[in-house]
Design a protein around this ligand. Sequence first.
Ligand SMILES: Cc1cc2nc3c(=O)[nH]c(=O)nc-3n(C[C@H](O)[C@H](O)[C@H](O)COP(=O)(O)O)c2cc1C
Length: 201
Amino acid sequence: MKLMAFVGSPRKGSNTDILIDKVIAGARSKADIEVKKIYIYDAHINYCNGCGAHTVFGGGKACPLKDDMAGILKRMQEADGFIFGSPNHGRTISAGMTNFFARMMPLLKMHVERDDADNIIHAEARPLIRGKKAVIVVSQGDFSPSSSALVLLVMQANLRDFQLRQVGEVFSTGNLQRAQVTDKQNDLNQAFGAGVRLVTA
Ligand SMILES: Cc1cc2nc3c(=O)[nH]c(=O)nc-3n(C[C@H](O)[C@H](O)[C@H](O)COP(=O)(O)O)c2cc1C
């Protein structure tokens, strides 16, 4: 089984990364897996410039930005499941993760029907990764779970847009310090369980 993990924190080896590793450990405990972990902040991923080349109106062309993203999108189509992890930055997902979801847009592939006058009468997304499994990982500083509601909603909504099947959610609070989650056995167990579901659900 081929998995891809996306670390949306600029801090390597910190909370998001540690939880993602636990998800991977859970998956590995139940299946023979191959994992490609991508540190979004280390990868060469340019900002989406909104050119719209990949859209129906842009002619469904390939993204013109020359960076690591073309290879990542190709690999995503060959993968069976994904782990998307982000810290709460300013009450939402990190800037790197926001841009990453924007750069995934070429995978959406809109299917359109037109009438005789060439007007679009029906449009439907047919994501190239539809139906694949995904786990969400979120870490935040605030102890109150409700303050991260927006982070989770943004993550869930993006997964839905790509018609991914969310099989697990790891949400760890009170992690103000670097790698603080190391002491939170419940959260680490939650992550392990999500990894198990990633390969068994
Ligand atoms: C720029 C920035 C903004 C943050 N904004 C929030 C926030 O709005 N709410 C919150 O609970 N934590 C916030 N935090 C704290 C992080 O979410 C928290 O420390 C998290 O565990 C970091 O994950 P990491 O160690 O994987 O980077 C913020 C941290 C940074 C650096």
